[in-house]
Design a protein around this ligand. Structure first.
Ligand code: MN
Length: 194
């Protein structure tokens, strides 16, 4: 059998297929990612919550193949910065796109081109799909106070992931909570041009 099938819960995003385990990122795994280091440290010391999880189903990384899975970002803030995926990533094969379909929740896809000059933000609610163009770093931000942000993603299986560039430079923009499901986009004070 060459085909495969995975069952995902549309509300919480979790896979229920046998032997399929998510990769989990806790607060302690996200040092250096959030602007408010002090709040992050006290969160790690108090409860070290799960910030997000996602699936790597181990699809063979060969040209023409598609990787897919769900990503689940839990609700919360560190300082005023919403929980989000690890500061984002580029694809190693830079010019490869990715599609995210929101299954549940309310969030943002924040995208930035490699030169750091352009930021694009798309709001996501259930049923909305976003095409992340090739070249753009991207991360999911949960702006709900109560619901997880659940997205289904698919991308070229041989695209690869480059987290290092964003870890080093940071995103140019931060998304900060201003009220219930409202936000402002501000310049990241720690952003490095090079
Ligand atoms: Mn990606």
């Amino acid at each position: 059998m060459q085909s495969s099938k995975t069952k995902f819960n549309l509300k919480n995003g979790l896979a229920s297929s046998e032997g399929v385990e998510s990769l989990k990122r806790y607060a302690t795994n996200l040092k250096g990612i959030f602007a408010d280091e002090k709040s992050l440290t006290s969160l790690i010391d108090s409860s070290n919550p799960l910030i997000y999880e996602f699936y790597d189903l181990g699809v063979e990384e060969k040209p023409g193949n598609l990787a897919y899975g769900t990503s689940i970002v839990y609700p919360g803030v560190i300082g005023r910065e919403f929980y989000m995926t690890k500061g984002g990533h580029f694809h190693t094969v830079l010019d490869t796109a990715e599609v995210y379909l929101c299954l549940s929740g309310h969030g943002l896809m924040v995208m930035e081109n490699p030169e750091g000059g352009e930021t694009e933000i798309q709001e996501l609610t259930a049923g909305e799909a976003v095409l992340v163009p090739g070249r753009y770093a991207h991360r999911s931000v949960n702006i709900s106070d109560s619901e997880p942000l659940v997205t289904f993603f698919t991308f070229a299986a041989d695209a690869g992931h480059d987290y290092g560039t964003i870890e080093q430079k940071g995103f140019r923009k931060l998304v900060l909570r201003t009220g219930k499901e409202t936000y402002e986009v501000v310049d990241n004070p720690n952003w490095k041009a090079d």
